[in-house]
Ligand binder design. Structure first.
Ligand SMILES: [Zn+2]
Ligand SMILES: [Zn+2]
Length: 64
């Protein structure tokens, strides 16, 4: 599991007010990393470019 400063795809950062970290996922099809804030990701359930719901959690982004 890796740690990130922000989402590698959209650059979203966890806010820190309500959450201390957020999950970073990777699409199993195209290997793109994404988060729940990426446009069209359906709250992190799929990667919108592929429409694939095959993903795995690969790390977390922490509030600095
Ligand atoms: Zn994909
Ligand atoms: Zn994102």
């Amino acid at each position: 599991m890796s740690s990130y400063d922000c989402c590698p795809n959209c650059g979203h950062k966890p806010h820190g007010l309500t959450v201390a970290y957020m999950n970073i996922y990777k699409c199993e099809i195209c290997k793109t990393k994404f988060c729940h804030e990426c446009r069209g990701s359906n709250n992190g359930n799929r990667y919108p470019e592929c429409g694939s719901e095959r993903k795995s959690k690969i790390g977390e982004a922490y509030v600095k």
